[in-house]
Design a protein around this ligand. Sequence first.
Ligand code: ATP
Ligand code: MG
Length: 592
Amino acid sequence: MTWQTVHKTARPDWPAPNLDDYETADAGFSWQRARAALTGLPGGGLNIAFEAVDRHLDDGLADKVAIRWLGKDLTQRDIRYRELAALTSNFAHLLERLGVAPGERVFSLLGRVPELYVAALGTLKAGRVFSPLFSAFGPEPIKARMTIGDARVLVTTVSYYRRKVAPWRDRLPGLTHVLLTDANASDLPEGTLSFAEALADCRDSGGLVETQPEEMALLHFTSGTTGLPKGAIHVHEAVVVHRLTGHYALDLHPDDIYWCTADPGWVTGTSYGMIAPLVIGATMIVDEAELDPERWLGILQDQQVNVWYTAPTAIRMLMKLASAEERGIFADYDLSHLRFLASVGEPLNPEGVVWGQDVIGLPFHDNWWQTETGGIMIANYRSQPIKPGSMGRPLPGIEAAVVQVDPKTETVSPIESPNIPGQLALRPGWPSMFRGYLNEPERYRKCFVDGWYLSGDLAERDADGYFWFLGRADDMIKSAGHLIGPFEVESALMEHEAVAEAAAIGIPEPTAGEIVKALVALKPGFTPDEALRRSLLGHARKRLGPAVAPREIDFRANLPKTRSGKIMRRLLRARELGLPEGDISTLESDER
Ligand code: ATP
Ligand code: MG
């Protein structure tokens, strides 16, 4: 692989790693010690919501702002830890009164509104199971997930209910309660309740159920990038990882103003857009609106955000607007409060890391994890130098390896030599590990071979122990005996000044088996013509060599992505080849 020659090395103007407590933590690390940073409950109990909210009533943070909510029109609502504790207790009581049994599922179908956070934390506090859905899903994906999850309660709005749930509700008889956040008792659709009024009737304190660490807490559906989404089961013990990784991988401290741009409809928006910052006692920003660069810069400036966690798709969009030479709208904003930037969800091209330094004054820290892992596993974390284009190194307590799997003998051998491609695997046993795919035991079992969890991603590890993402196993391209990772090709194309986004896929070809084809979306101001196509092909050949460089390039207005911002290469490939599109329930942008 050519990665180590392609990536740029760390620059002297980048922040020096902060070694204060990492080395000691890593040396004496144990999950027991990590857990001791939490309060816990009598008899060895543990509850995510108690750790995130209620324990702060006794540690001096009760009157601190826990959630600063910004509505679409920028109305601001502050919820302090004390208020959040009361609201979530009320919701916990409400579930009890409605007769929802411990372990039963409460779903939400909401935008990023305060009620979503109250319902989520209230459900966890009550020892019931929470499952957040993207509000932009249509009726079918909602029905499919609520059926898999056997939903008992749904929290949503009048309009979502009427359009997306009411038409099929009779097919889910187990759904006994629907709570609407924007209705009052006088105009409720049949069979629904008003969230506000039901909550107002439950003004009791307490409500905490003393859950055990192994009790099911969250049901999270994967992004569906490679196929039908799976419902990953997470337990209360996961909070140990949320706290630890919030500290190490995101450099989060109680004094911080923190903003994670992810929606709780995918796992980042729950693990790091709700649980980690609250457990640490920080103030977190929730923005109801969708990505709008000017609004985002305004929020970063006005809210004096210190730590920002976002995704490559957003970073690439911002990259269209500014460069080191032409700072564009970035010149109008004061982002000096920012201290730490992080990215997850897709490979972050080295260009993006460097762009952060040049335009914002800080590099992005890429990190890797999955719905299944529940929390960050591998990161360019604050106590080590960043390698642009690398996902970083495993966090304390995480054993990761690049492995070879022999399907015949079902044995797994870690590859010890550096820079050899293989499957990215983890040694099970960390607390936020998923405990199953709900109702799909066989699919779950297949993830484990010979004492390893196989992530489905391919990677390499370099001599310094940094991991380099090559691609999802399903997206790898086999051309003339070479195994080509799409990320490598895409990152080389991203270096070209005209490219905003790129996706590389394999197209069958008789001699080579497959050839690489790239689909490219351009930055504003560039014309998709033959001259530019040739310039891109030439650039890619120079960077990658003829064996790896794309043979064909087509232009697209944009690339199909999941709601969590991941490019769906399998869909591009299916379309190229005229094959069925497969499950596209999580598809978001799709201008062809
Ligand atoms: P599905 O499993 O349904 O196909 P998904 O894998 O996209 O969906 P998620 O759990 O949301 O669902 O995403 C995890 C995946 O995202 C990882 O397995 C990896 O492929 C990709 N990913 C996450 N972070 C990174 C990163 N920093 N670099 C490269 N890839 C990443
Ligand atoms: Mg996956």
